[in-house]
Ligand binder design. Structure first.
Ligand code: SF4
Length: 280
């Protein structure tokens, strides 16, 4: 993708959401580390449901360590894989206490050596806690980067490396938030909402969803019960207002996702909130 197009994409995402942030709830670096570690293979919503119960009881490594594996299991159960995640969480706390004085380390190698902490989690911590311009590639970013042509790669690391090369410096700090939110609420896995996507004219995905199929995309994004998760203002997705076409509009056949295979998370959130950002 031409650098001017990359810059235009981020300029537009920034204009629509100047202060993006995570949807995980936390108040300390340690709480964020726990929340991100627990978020593997599950939704932020279910992690928040768990940590709302856990953190009032124990929100330091020492306190969680005191609960023990069996003690934390009831809190971890809602996020799935709770046996493994409970063991990892206790071991994580033990290592933080024994090796880092209970603090979250700033060093990537130290972070990635902790149980349940991989490169993605380390990138989130380095970015959000320590202000580094790391780009954490999750399933949403992997999909959006490949579809749009921002960064094409067969592994998260390949996509991360390319994004680090192409994203302009002034957008790097928030790039992963913009791309995650865009993937979660607009460029969804099963059927992207291209007709109301604010970067549609810049995106190089060849199989964009046709306007006549937008309602299908909305229904898939909203979920079977039509509900939508609560979203903070900072996390609000950037979507463009779109006029619904009259019946009979022709368009290219849609294809769900080039990144579908990597996505196990359901993308929820009805796209009822619309805003128009200034096109650049
Ligand atoms: S135009 Fe469609 S495929 Fe491209 S980024 Fe927007 S929602 Fe995704």
């Amino acid at each position: 993708m031409h650098p001017s197009r990359v810059r235009a994409i981020f300029r537009r995402l920034q204009a629509a959401n100047p202060r993006p942030t995570t949807e995980l709830e936390y108040s300390t670096p340690f709480e964020l580390l726990v929340a991100v570690a627990l978020s593997a293979h599950t939704t932020d919503k279910s992690v928040n449901a768990a940590t709302r119960q856990l953190f009032p009881v124990a929100n330091t490594p020492q306190k969680i360590l005191a609960l023990g594996v069996e003690g934390v299991k009831p809190y971890i159960k809602p996020v799935g894989l709770y046996n493994t995640k409970s063991k990892n969480l206790i071991e994580l706390c033990r290592r933080l206490v024994e090796e880092h004085g209970g603090d979250v380390p700033r060093d990537r190698a130290a972070l990635e050596s902790l149980p349940g902490v991989g490169r993605k989690t380390a990138n989130v911590i380095l970015n959000m806690v320590f202000g580094e311009t790391t780009i954490a590639v999750d399933t949403h970013i992997f999909r959006v980067a490949n579809r749009t042509g921002l960064a094409e790669g067969s592994t998260p690391r390949a996509v991360e490396d390319q994004l680090n090369e192409v994203v302009p410096a002034e957008y790097k700090k928030d790039a992963h938030h913009w791309l995650i939110l865009h993937g979660r609420y607009v460029c969804t896995a099963r059927l992207p909402a291209c007709p109301r996507c604010i970067i549609s004219d810049l995106c190089e995905y060849p199989n964009k969803t046709a306007p006549r199929d937008l309602s299908k995309s909305d229904a898939l994004a909203a979920g079977a019960d039509g509900s939508a998760p609560a979203r903070s203002a900072a996390a609000r997705p950037a979507v463009a207002r779109v006029a619904r076409p009259k019946s009979g509009a022709t368009a290219a056949k849609t294809r769900a996702s080039s990144g579908r295979a990597s996505s196990t998370r359901s993308s929820r959130g009805a796209l009822t909130s619309t805003s128009r950002s200034r096109r650049s």
